[in-house]
Design a binder for this molecule. Structure first.
Ligand code: CO
Length: 171
C-alpha cells in the first residue's frame, strides 16, 4: 500500500472523461488499496482515480466519522440512475486545496456500479453520501465542484489557482 500524490487543479487529467474499467485485475486492486490509503491519510471522504492521475472510472468513498469504524465503498464504473430533491452543501475537494464553496446538488441519488468482485450493485445515498457520490462521479466526467459554481465565482477561483500554478512553475 502506498499514499499516492494527489493531482491538483489545473492539472489536465482532472478535465478528462475517464474510461470504463473492463477487467478488475491485480493492478486495479492495487490502485484501489492505494487510493483508499491516500483518501484516509489526506483525510478525505472520497477520492476518484483521475485525482491520482488515472483516467479510469473508479472511486472510493467513506463518509463515516474519522474516529469511528471504517466503511469503505469502492465504486467501479458508477453511474447515477435516479436522483431527487435538491440541497446545498459546503463542498471542498482534495484537488482544489484551501477552497470551500456551497454547491447545489440532488438530495438523494441511486447509483449503479460494480463492486470489487465485478458484481453489479446499487446504492442509495442521502445527505453527505449523496453529495460524495455526485462529487466523485463528476470527477470521472472531468467535472470539478468549482465547475458547478456561478461563472463569476468560478472565474475568481480559477484565476487564483492559475496564478498559484505560474508561481510554482517559476521555482
Ligand atoms: Co473532489
Amino acid at each position: 500500500m502506498a499514499v499516492l500524490e494527489i493531482c491538483t487543479f489545473p492539472n489536465p487529467v482532472l478535465k478528462q472523461k475517464s474510461r470504463p474499467i473492463q477487467k478488475i485485475d491485480p493492478k486495479i486492486l492495487q490502485l484501489v488499496q492505494d487510493m483508499a490509503e491516500t483518501m484516509y491519510s489526506a483525510p478525505g471522504v472520497g477520492l476518484a482515480a483521475p485525482q491520482v492521475g488515472h483516467s479510469l472510472r473508479l472511486a472510493v468513498i467513506d463518509v463515516t466519522p474519522a474516529d469511528g469504524p471504517k466503511n469503505l465503498l469502492v465504486l467501479i464504473n458508477p453511474e447515477i440512475v435516479a436522483a431527487e430533491g435538491e440541497c446545498t452543501w459546503d463542498e471542498g475537494c482534495l484537488s482544489v486545496p484551501d477552497c470551500n464553496e456551497e454547491v447545489k446538488r440532488s438530495k438523494k441519488v441511486v447509483v449503479r456500479y460494480q463492486n470489487l468482485q465485478g458484481e453489479n450493485a446499487e446504492i442509495t445515498g442521502e445527505e453527505i453520501l449523496a453529495i460524495a457520490l455526485q462529487h466523485e462521479i463528476d470527477h470521472l466526467d472531468g467535472i470539478l465542484f468549482i465547475d458547478r459554481l456561478s461563472p463569476l465565482k468560478r472565474r475568481l477561483i480559477k484565476k487564483k489557482f492559475q496564478k498559484k500554478d505560474k508561481e510554482e512553475k517559476k521555482l
